[in-house]
Design a protein around this ligand. Sequence first.
Ligand SMILES: CC(C)(COP(=O)(O)OP(=O)(O)OC[C@H]1O[C@@H](n2cnc3c(N)ncnc32)[C@H](O)[C@@H]1OP(=O)(O)O)[C@@H](O)C(=O)NCCC(=O)NCCS
Length: 175
Amino acid sequence: MKNLNYTIKQTEIKDANAIIDYLYTIAGESNTITFSQSEMTLTVEKEIEFIKTTINSKNNLMLIAKQNNEIISLLTVFSSSKPRLSHVGEIGISVLKKYWNKGIASNMFNEMFKWVENSNLSKLSLRVREDNIYAIKLYKKYGFEQEGLLKNDFLLNNKYYNNIIMEKILNKKGE
Ligand SMILES: CC(C)(COP(=O)(O)OP(=O)(O)OC[C@H]1O[C@@H](n2cnc3c(N)ncnc32)[C@H](O)[C@@H]1OP(=O)(O)O)[C@@H](O)C(=O)NCCC(=O)NCCS
């Protein structure tokens, strides 16, 4: 593989098609996410709606890493529009398999935490399959702690897996 030379940036509406293609690829190569290729129902219109909720938002974020015009990673933070819940950001992260273990997810998290500093979030949360060791390693490295166990939460090929809820309370500057 040639040297990595990627940039991380916030998603724009013009990225919608490329994100759908990216998610289709991810769905085909990762069974730790919640959908397979055949279940992909995301339309460009829906994706544009998602992107719009993140533009200039203090509670929602979509970051992509691009190398030679190809999306190689996607990180999302979405929160509820309900005021009592909108301080909690739910994280999703993925990297194209051929680029795993090269620090890309870690760099996505570094960028996310820069954004978090000026966000309205005071807590980050995520759900991860108990056997997803690299993802759990990543989250622990960034200070996420296990807060709960969801038994038989994930069903794949007639086998149940437990999910872990991991969370990080944010202590931002000035607090
Ligand atoms: C989880 C995922 C995002 C990690 O992405 P990544 O770019 O490989 O992560 P990083 O390179 O930043 O590595 C994170 C940690 O995991 C370790 N790691 C990642 N892949 C590894 C591998 N194949 N072998 C050994 N260690 C590995 C790294 O060493 C690193 O730990 P360190 O910083 O202590 O060295 C990626 O595996 C992925 O996209 N998985 C499929 C989608 C998914 O499961 N997402 C999470 C859903 S909750």
